[in-house]
Design a protein around this ligand. Structure first.
Ligand code: PLP
Length: 521
């Protein structure tokens, strides 16, 4: 039986649709270029209700007339109301403006549709990813035995690192498996394993521990110094305490750049403690990894080379589009814990490299190409200079905050975040607690700037996360002025809101918006 010939309008990329492909990509590029060239605020300010109504209205069972129509519809639904991370008044979370070469690479990787799992689906993509893993390990200072794999993000990287630590721990505590890696009963109980981290460590550590079947209270908090960095002596005491209780320390998770304060745990001193105790050290450098290429601040990460595993998020401080992350290990042999051989995919004793042997994923995007293209066009030094710029900007922003009588600086910046709150003279802490989340929501509702919020010692603080090297102290000043203006409006109370103009218009929406901008990482 012969197959019917598909019409050239079948929309699948092949020789008959290359013109349609060219046109579609041209339209997509033109749309983004147009908006990037013209947006003057990070958000349109559209309400949840209006966006919900717009999205719900679309009949997914009836396609639009064509790509042009669908693209226009998508512009109105999505692009016009996206949050623009390149806009210098976006200062909320760990999102960065993206490198243009990486966008070109992303288009290549998506269209070619490589899956970096087995050699016969990836060929040189596997080799390119491996070179980048090697390069990153070199920057970390790992030796020739090191290895790693790209992941979907810091959450997956941390989870995989904890999985490797768990398996390593079970092996070292006499939990032998048979040659196929199958579990035997009677090994080390999962419920006895403990992970030590600070209260400022990322919540993916706790999530990962839960996913790995550890006890609900498996993650123990280690005390920090005043700057929020893990105390090596407290760590030593905590390791002893776990062992005295008859439990087992599975891993210590140090953070190189905590999400809120940007604190970098004292990696070398912590490595002294973990190596003396024979405990796995994971360094979560999801945020701080940009320092690996900083021309002036690489030494802030000294000691990272002594970790057993490291998380890096290229989509945070290497200016890569989401997603681009990796987990690296000092001893590549440790990756065997995620290897599973399937006859149909990656049989034992394969003669070719299969990245699927190292990953929790099977089908996996060729995200590495974005970093490759970035390094080939921009170079590592330029990335590092951008990192230096945002660290300098944070220091300047802290000075600006300190000089403003209406604002209070929480603590000195350590990387590129600034924690502060609106608290003019005469406003007590409870009132500041009430007003600051409202100020933040009102600012978001206005669309004119976006900042984050968090809690420190139970109190509400605002946070600037600065990852845009094009942002300046003037932009910071502008955002602070907006916040202060909204803050005074809120303190004045509802009766003062009659004359509504400028940012005041946003104030009545504040309470309703509060739930929309929860305290995220
Ligand atoms: C952002 C972050 C993560 C999580 O990374 P994702 O890429 O968002 O999954 C983990 N750890 C730290 C310190 C982070 O800042």
């Amino acid at each position: 039986m012969s197959h019917p010939q598909l019409a050239p309008t079948h929309h699948l990329l092949d020789a008959s649709t290359v013109e349609a492909y060219r046109e579609a990509m041209g339209r997509a590029t033109a749309l983004v270029a147009d908006r990037v060239a013209t947006v003057d605020r990070p958000y349109s300010g559209a309400t949840l209700e209006s966006l919900q109504a717009q999205v719900s209205r679309i009949d997914l069972d009836r396609p639009a007339a064509g790509l042009a129509e669908a693209m226009e519809e998508t512009a109105g639904l999505y692009v016009d109301h996206a949050i623009w991370f390149h806009e210098p008044r976006y200062m909320a979370h760990l999102n960065c403006p993206v490198a243009v070469p990486a966008l070109a690479a992303d288009a290549l990787a998506s269209a070619v549709n490589t899956s970096v799992d087995t050699w016969d689906q990836s060929t040189s993509a596997t080799l390119i990813e491996r070179r980048l893993v090697e390069w990153t390990c070199g920057r970390i200072g790992f030796g020739a035995a090191s290895d790693g794999v790209f992941t979907s993000g810091g959450t997956q990287s941390n989870t995989q690192a904890l999985l490797l630590a768990r398996e390593d721990c079970r092996h070292r505590h006499g939990d032998p498996r048979d040659a196929d890696g199958h579990d035997h009963a009677g090994g080390l109980e999962l419920g006895r394993l403990r992970v030590l981290a600070t209260a400022q460590s990322h919540f993916s550590v706790t999530k990962g521990a839960r996913l790995l079947g550890l006890a609900p209270d498996a993650v123990r908090t280690v005390a920090t110094d005043a700057a929020g960095r893990m105390s090596p002596s407290a760590l030593a005491v905590e390791i002893e305490a776990v062992r005295d209780a008859g439990d087992v320390v599975m891993a210590v998770v140090a953070t190189a750049g905590t999400t809120d304060r940007g604190a970098i745990d004292p990696l070398a001193e912590l490595a002294d403690v973990t190596s003396a105790a024979g405990v796995w050290l994971h360094v979560d450098a999801a945020y701080g990894c940009g320092l690996l290429v900083s021309p002036t601040r690489r030494h802030w990460l000294d000691g990272i080379e002594r970790a057993d595993s490291v998380t890096v998020d290229f989509h945070k401080s290497f200016f890569q589009p989401v997603a681009s992350s990796a987990v690296l290990v000092r001893d590549g042999h440790d990756l065997r814990h995620v290897t599973h051989h399937a006859d149909y995919l990656n049989p034992r004793r394969a003669l070719v490299p299969n990245q699927v042997d190292k990953s929790l994923q099977t089908t996996r995007r060729f995200d590495a190409l974005k970093l490759w293209m970035t390094l080939r066009v921009m170079g590592a030094d330029e990335i590092g200079r951008h990192v230096d710029t945002v660290v300098d900007l944070a220091a300047d922003a802290a000075t600006t905050v300190s000089a403003d009588p209406d604002l209070e600086l929480c603590c000195d910046p350590q990387l590129s975040t600034v924690l502060f709150r609106f608290r003019p003279e005469g406003v007590d802490e409870d009132e500041a607690d009430r007003v600051n989340p409202l100020v933040r929501s009102a600012l978001f509702a206005s669309g004119r700037a976006v900042v984050a919020g968090t809690r420190v010692d139970g109190r509400h603080w605002l946070k600037l996360t600065l990852l845009n090297p094009s942002a300046t102290t003037a932009h910071v000043r502008e955002v602070l002025d907006l916040l202060v203006g909204l803050g005074h409006d809120l303190l004045a109370g509802p009766e003062d809101r009659t004359a509504s103009s400028g940012p005041r218009r946003a104030v009545p929406a504040a309470e309703q918006e509060l739930e929309l901008v929860g305290e995220a990482g």
